[in-house]
Design a protein around this ligand. Sequence first.
Ligand SMILES: NC(=O)c1ccc[n+]([C@@H]2O[C@H](COP(=O)([O-])OP(=O)(O)OC[C@H]3O[C@@H](n4cnc5c(N)ncnc54)[C@H](OP(=O)(O)O)[C@@H]3O)[C@@H](O)[C@H]2O)c1
Length: 305
Amino acid sequence: MILCVGATGLLGGTVVEELLKRGKKVRCFVRQDSDTVRLEKTGVEIIRGSLRDRKAITAALHNVDAVISSFAANIVKDRRAAALWENDYEGNLSLIKCSREAGVKKFIFVSYWGLAKFGNFEHGKIKKVVEDLLAVSGIDYTVFRVTTLATDMSLLLGRRLIKKGWAPLFMKPHEKIRPILLEDLAWCMADALDNQKASCRVIEVAGKEEYDFISFQELFCKAIGKRVRFVFIPLPLTNFIASCIDFATNCRYNARGLVSAFTGGSTCDITEMEKIFAVQQGSFARYLEDFFKNAKAEKPPAAKS
Ligand SMILES: NC(=O)c1ccc[n+]([C@@H]2O[C@H](COP(=O)([O-])OP(=O)(O)OC[C@H]3O[C@@H](n4cnc5c(N)ncnc54)[C@H](OP(=O)(O)O)[C@@H]3O)[C@@H](O)[C@H]2O)c1
């Protein structure tokens, strides 16, 4: 039995589907108020509870061989740095402790690539601490350091470009990005359960296509079918604004840290990933074209005047 935490999310839901394709038994631990409509259709076992409740976690871990942790706080809903520590750090800490006590054999954790770069970013700091906890937990683990999920590019950046025709970027034009498709990451995560090469490893993962932000902009123009553009915001200006926010809010949001997460590109060397996983990665360019084609098809017809 595999316990998934974060299964109502974009990545978690895709991981559940991949596990089911492979004939695995899946149980999902979700919050009391999580929307489980998509999960219920898959027929997996669903347990509602809180990661603050160790009894509830222990009950969910009954007969579980492996845990997959892909949950994360939604920073659009709550940007407070303290809230991230409470949710993501304390949640994973409890999950790891309970997993060890329950004799779980494998723990898979979704982290970020570029922790050195993300050093002052709350998410990055938390991911690194959780990685370190896993390394000393005594449980076999695989950590996936992810660059950028393709869905963030389509759902967040793409939708903004369609609506406004432009989007601000803190990255520099020559910096690089390598988004990974959810299905490909989910494939690797499911594979890691039984893949000895992934045992006790921290693995940087990214898509097969790498773009600088100028060619990335062209990709969006082509997929959307009209001229859209990125506006590259000079870093000193962004840092100045972020510092003012930190000063005014006593670092409540760690705005300077957050900015650091959106600078320096989002790519990595995938040689190790390719040595470990035999995944046949799909094309991000194709994914983006299909995404916008479907978005157009789903758009309701304009009302007649
Ligand atoms: N987006 C990126 O580009 C990117 C890059 C690198 C790494 N990552 C990592 O990839 C992972 C998956 O991202 P995603 O885009 O799939 O996220 P997502 O769609 O926002 O999903 C987050 C999931 O976490 C769940 N969750 C949050 N707090 C929880 C708690 N206390 N207890 C139980 N469940 C909780 C949410 O449940 P509810 O349905 O109840 O809200 C949801 O299922 C995350 O770990 C993220 O940090 C993402």
